[in-house]
Design a protein around this ligand. Structure first.
Ligand code: SAM
Length: 310
């Protein structure tokens, strides 16, 4: 198998700074990936700080464990879905934590390495599962079994693809589809990008399928709830997202959690008795500096939001 460089962590300095990591602190890196952010958090929390690093993808977690060996038992690697973070963290003996990081989506390695089926850059089985042992439904199962209507909705809702109907129709007519290359070729028949656009016509369709296969938006909601439950008063939550669907969900959740009453406006009196759980730290979204985007173009769509547990 080819040897690829480690995923380059995005907004690294900003994330560690905003997590306000202190020596001896306990943090959850809910998307440890290849351990880029975790390595810096462990350095900032030396000599006694601990990071519980979660990843759904066992292949990434193995690489993180190998890379973070020098930190000994200050790094605790956990394979699983961050939606279950409360149970994972508590079963390791930690009731509360001081920081919680979510760096959403996939890593460059997952795009570039063989076997994931996330990318139209190589022709391989249309899989897209982070955890092939723990998840049964693949992207091929979806494209080959959903109705045209269901596919169109999926591409529209999860890909914000304006030509969702045409893509769904081309797929239904071109079935069975088994590889990333076959899917990209079918989509390219009906989605044409304007001249000068560098993105592949199948980008949004692939994004939608990845979100559906891994139930990503539901997991983000559960992951944010887990963070709120686990954080100590004054503990920080940092979330880095890469597309507008994720970012909107994160923004709305943080705004709701930072608000007292969340009753509908038409109700004359409050019936929800909602208490704020978070204080938003950055009113303005944090984006990578031009230097970072130049050095790592994949960081260009990143947006970070930070809140503090109250
Ligand atoms: C952008 S990468 C994180 C990169 C990491 N910050 C680093 O510096 O290497 C996102 C990671 O989240 C993982 N992931 C996606 N959904 C997950 C979930 N529901 N639970 C746990 N990990 C998940 C992916 O497998 C991937 O490794």
């Amino acid at each position: 198998m080819e040897e690829l460089a480690f995923h380059q962590p995005v907004l690294l300095r900003e994330a560690v700074e905003h997590l306000a990591v202190r020596p001896g602190g306990v943090c959850v890196d809910a998307t440890v990936g290849e351990g880029g952010h975790t390595s810096s958090v462990l350095q900032a929390s030396a000599p006694l700080g601990v990071v519980l690093g979660v990843d759904r993808d066992p292949r990434s977690l193995l690489r993180a464990q190998e890379r973070l060996k020098e930190f000994g038992d200050r790094f605790i690697g956990i394979q699983g879905n961050y939606a279950d973070a409360v149970q994972m963290v508590r079963s390791r003996g930690f009731n509360k934590v001081d920081g919680f990081l979510l760096d959403l989506g996939f890593s460059s390695r997952q795009v570039d390495a063989e076997g994931y089926g996330f990318s139209f850059q190589r022709d391989e089985p249309l899989d897209m599962r982070y955890d092939p042992m723990g998840q049964s439904m693949t992207a091929a199962d979806i494209v080959n079994s959903h109705s045209e209507e269901e596919l169109a909705r999926l591409f529209f809702d999860y890909g914000e693809e304006p030509r969702a109907r045409a893509a769904a129709r081309a797929i239904v007519l071109g079935r069975p589809i088994n590889t990333t290359g076959e899917l990209a070729a079918l989509v390219a028949q009906v989605i044409h990008l304007g001249r000068g656009r560098r993105v592949n016509p199948a980008t949004r369709v692939f994004q939608a399928l990845r979100i559906a296969v891994n139930d990503e938006l539901t997991n983000v909601g559960s992951g944010l709830a887990a963070a709120i439950e686990l954080l100590n008063e004054g503990g920080r939550l940092a979330v880095i997202s890469y597309h507008s669907l994720e970012d909107r969900l994160v923004k709305n959740t943080l705004v709701d959690e930072a608000t007292g009453c969340i009753c509908p406006l038409e109700l004359p009196v409050c019936v929800c008795e909602h208490q704020p759980t978070l204080r938003i730290i950055n009113r303005r979204i944090i984006r990578p500096a031009v230097e970072e985007v130049a050095a790592n173009p994949r960081s260009r769509s990143a947006r970070m939001r930070v809140a503090e547990r109250i």
